[in-house]
Each structure stands twice: as C-alpha cells, then as structure tokens.
Design a protein around this ligand. Structure first.
Ligand code: FMN
Length: 262
C-alpha cells in the first residue's frame, strides 16, 4: 500500500519534535511510494484544531512529552477529536529521564478508541524541561539512531495487511496527573520584550502587550519560555517546581535508554 504519512507532535522544548521528525523522515525512505501528508505541530494553540478523518492508507506518527507520567492534559481536546478508520499509527512518548509510566498506554487507548491501531511505539528521552542537567542535550545521535530503528520496524509491519495491536507497559487506573499548580514564569531585568516567549508559549499564557506578565491560570510550566529566552530572563521560583527540579537532579541523572515496542 502507498501510505500518506502524517506527523503530529506537541513539543514545547523540541525534544519530541526531533524524535517524531526523525521517525517520519526515516519511514518516508523505507516505504514504497510514500506521500508526505500533514505536519501537525500541536505546540501552538492554533495547531490544535480538529482535523479531517484519516483512512486506511494514512499513517499517523504521534508524539508527546510525558507530564507526570501521562499525556499533557492540554492535548486532550485535540486527541479526542481525532478520527481514524483502521488507521495505523506509530506513537512516541518523550520523557525527562525519570519515567514515562502510563503515557504510551494512554495514547494507545485514546487512538484505539478513535479508530487507529498502534503498530509500533517508543519511549524516548529528552532533556528535562525543568533542568539543564537531567538528560542534558538529549535526544542525541544514539537516540535518533534508535528512532530510525523504530521506523524500520514499523515499515516492516506495514508491508503486511493485518496489524496486531502491540502490548504496552502501563497501569489502570492511569497515574493521577499533577494537580494544575497555579504558577507562571518570572522575568529578570534583562528582558528586552522581544516577544519570542509570548509567540512560542503553547498555552498563550504570556502577554503580548507585556511579556513580563503571564497568566498563572493557563501556564502549564512547560518551560518553553525559560529554555528559549535569548537573554535567559525567564525563570520559575515556585517552591513546588524547584523541589521537583532538585528531586530530578538528585535521583535521575543516570542515563536511561529508549525502549521500543513493535
Ligand atoms: C509539567 C511537566 C511534567 C513532567 N513530567 C515528567 C515525568 O513524569 N517524567 C519524566 O521523566 N519527565 C517529565 N517531564 C519532562 C519532559 O517529559 C521532558 O523534558 C521532555 O523531553 C519534554 O519534551 P519537549 O522537549 O518535546 O517539550 C515533565 C515536564 C513538565 C513540563
């Protein structure tokens, strides 16, 4: 079958994007006569619009970071609008070197309910949103090589005509996600009000009128602003987040490797 390949990702600090783009590029080179479908960047609010239904000749590659062992809650409305018709999917979770817990299982369940069949999945590691030490610089070349292996295994499966569902780790009930702690980034004097942070904030929390202001009620603490600010002017000083950062940097620095499920 000649598949049309669509890739979709939510990726405030770009780790998930790198893995999903690599899987997509690799599989394009492996399948017979593939067509490139939509690239659905779910990171900006404008990217999370409902889209047309997928069919059997489509392949969806979907990736999301792990937030508290789950899929980021901000993606739920988009994910529940997806519609497939026995559409094969490759699913990717990217976590900050602690654990991915129920995130792959949750993504598989949502997709199955929507008419997709997860034929392959991977749990990958990306630099932790809260830290520059935990999984620093990841995904690296070894991770991207394994993203290529995931693509190759999925391509092999797509040559067949019947897809068996894959068995993914995770538990029911899913891990209770984090309570939405009302917090928002602070801004140092070095801010030049360039508005980069406001433009890339996935929840639209940062004000375009004054990017020093952010709405605590909508900020998801993804740290896109912190990691992208050219002046290093954005930071969180919230006690809960700082405790989490210390916990991660004290316990989860040992390198973890990607896991593939095919
Ligand atoms: C709110 C929040 C919760 C997170 N929870 C987890 C977690 O449960 N386990 C983990 O290993 N990493 C966790 N992380 C780290 C991200 O999963 C990781 O940094 C990922 O690479 C971010 O992907 P992105 O670069 O595509 O945004 C969390 C990050 C944030 C912002």
């Amino acid at each position: 079958m000649a598949y049309t390949i669509h890739c979709a990702y939510f990726s405030p600090t770009h780790a998930t994007e790198k893995i999903v783009e690599t899987v997509t590029g690799e599989i394009m080179g492996l399948l017979p006569q593939p067509s490139k479908g939509q690239v659905i960047n779910l990171t900006p609010p404008s990217g999370r619009k409902p889209i047309a239904a997928f069919g059997q000749e489509d392949l969806l590659i979907l990736g999301a970071p792990v937030y508290a062992g789950r899929i980021p809650a901000i993606l739920q409305p988009f994910l529940s609008s997806l519609k497939g018709r026995n559409t094969p999917a490759i699913i990717v979770s990217v976590y900050g070197n602690r654990h991915y817990e129920d995130s792959l299982l949750e993504m598989q369940d949502i997709l199955q309910e929507a008419g997709f069949i997860a034929i392959a999945a991977g749990a990958f590691i990306g630099e932790h949103s809260y830290s520059r030490l935990a999984a620093a610089g990841r995904p690296d070349s070894r991770d991207l090589q394994l993203a290529g292996v995931l693509a190759a295994k999925a391509a092999q499966k797509l040559q067949g005509s019947v897809f068996q569902p894959i068995k993914l780790p995770g538990n029911y009930p899913y891990r209770t996600g984090m309570a939405a702690a009302p917090r928002s980034p602070k801004t140092k004097a070095g801010c030049t009000a360039c508005l980069l942070c406001a433009g890339l904030c996935p929840s639209g929390a940062i004000s375009f009128e004054d990017p020093r202001l952010a709405d605590k009620a909508v900020c998801i603490s993804c740290c896109a602003c912190v990691k992208a600010c050219p002046q290093e002017a954005k930071y969180f000083d919230d006690e809960g987040l700082l405790q989490r950062k210390t916990l991660i940097e004290s316990n989860f620095l040992e390198r973890r490797e990607p896991e593939l499920f095919c």
